[in-house]
Design a protein around this ligand. Structure first.
Ligand SMILES: [Zn+2]
Length: 378
């Protein structure tokens, strides 16, 4: 018996608690047809205060509980949380936590924003880089919904170079296992149903103020590729070609730019994506990633746990190139039992594991149940 299993039997393995508990989880937790080991991920937002000792303990809990890979947010479109030579640095957080996580046996995937840019110097110097909505308003000075929705236009070569350089710099960090792309998309033309009330809006169709990008470069490129003059199209929301053109802007950036740049450094490349991908122009089913992590935050869509299973299945079936899919689970929606059900629904739908949003939302009770679930499958 391994030391870890022995400690578990004594009930001292979990979180250093003295509370005795059942050594091994009951069989009722097992999904019948599941034999291979799952892989689990956890997103982490930056926390600059905790000491190295605190991180060591946290990482140890994560590893023991069944997390294999962590995804710390090290660039949020405004600040770098690593020693960047090109982005405004808030603090060298990556350099602090990376060795500690690796020492605990965790994979480390650097989470970075792709399309939004909230760096003031970039905005002042290159206002033309920013996306323009169907009303002609630029995200540089009038972003949709929230002040940080300053999305760049993927049709502009300078924008692609900027994003590629951000990825290239990060991918050079030696001990990293991968780059995790977030906000690799357009602004939501239609928000998730459960989010709309938060902004006091109701989006029953694609309204011009949320519909991007209608800048000159996009209009020209669209004409060049399809022969269609967008300015003459009465209702652009009905144009299949215009829709596909925008999906392709992001797909090309990923497949032809960001993926090769990352692989050149022998790193994995993954992305956080939307189940309702059309609304953010994000056709991830054709991306050449190493894994895809759809954010199946059911409460945002007024859906139950069954929806997680359905969306997982739909996502797996949609993939053009086979790659593992890990269902993103929104932890604050669930008590520990609910979390277990959400994980099981993901596995039943064909996920190879889950990604928790976020590690910081997991209570001791959540970790305990998660650990029981994962260890029951090994
Ligand atoms: Zn544009």
């Amino acid at each position: 018996m391994k030391k870890r299993e022995f400690l578990k039997m004594l009930g001292v393995g979990g979180l250093g608690l003295a509370v005795p508990r059942v050594a091994f989880p009951s069989d009722t937790l097992l999904v019948p047809d599941r034999a291979k080991k799952m892989k689990n991920w956890a997103w982490m937002t930056p926390e600059l205060e905790p000491s190295a000792d605190v991180w060591k303990k946290r990482f140890s809990v994560m590893r023991r509980s069944g997390i294999d890979a962590i995804i710390p947010e090290v660039y949020d479109g405004r600040h770098a949380y690593y020693e960047s030579k090109r982005l405004p640095v808030r603090e060298a957080w990556l350099e602090k936590v990376l060795p500690l996580a690796k020492a605990e046996g965790l994979e480390f995937h650097a989470w970075m924003w792709a399309m939004p840019c909230n760096i003031e110097q970039v905005r002042t110097k290159n206002p033309e880089w920013f996306s323009v909505n169907r009303k002609g308003e630029s995200a540089a000075d009038k972003p949709a919904y929230v002040e940080y929705y300053r999305f760049l236009c993927p049709s502009r070569p300078e924008v692609r170079e900027f994003i590629e350089a951000n990825v290239a710099e990060l991918a050079q960090v030696d001990a990293l296992d991968g780059i995790h792309l977030d906000y690799i998309r357009y602004p939501d033309v239609i928000l998730a149903e459960g989010i709309q009330p938060k902004y006091g809006i109701r989006q029953d169709r694609e309204y011009p103020e949320y519909d991007y990008c209608y800048c000159d470069v996009c209009v020209q490129e669209f004409k060049k590729e399809t022969g269609i003059d967008l300015t003459k199209v009465e209702d652009p929301t009905t144009s299949r070609e215009w829709r596909q053109f925008r999906y392709d802007r992001i797909t090309r950036l990923v497949n032809d730019g960001l993926v090769p740049i990352t692989r050149r450094q022998k790193k994995l490349v993954t992305a956080a994506v939307f189940p309702n991908w059309e609304a953010v122009r994000q056709q991830w089913s054709v991306w050449n990633l190493d894994a895809v992590l759809p954010m199946l935050y059911n409460a945002f869509y007024y859906k139950d746990i069954d929806w997680i299973r359905e969306q997982t299945k739909k996502g797996v079936q949609s993939l053009k190139n086979p790659m593992p899919l890990y269902s993103g689970v929104f932890v604050p929606s669930f008590n520990p039992e609910g979390l277990v059900k959400a994980v099981e629904a993901s596995l039943e739908g064909g996920a190879e594991g889950v990604s928790l949003f976020s590690a910081g939302a997991m209570t001791e009770a959540h970790w305990r149940r998660f650990e029981e679930l994962v260890s029951g499958r090994m």
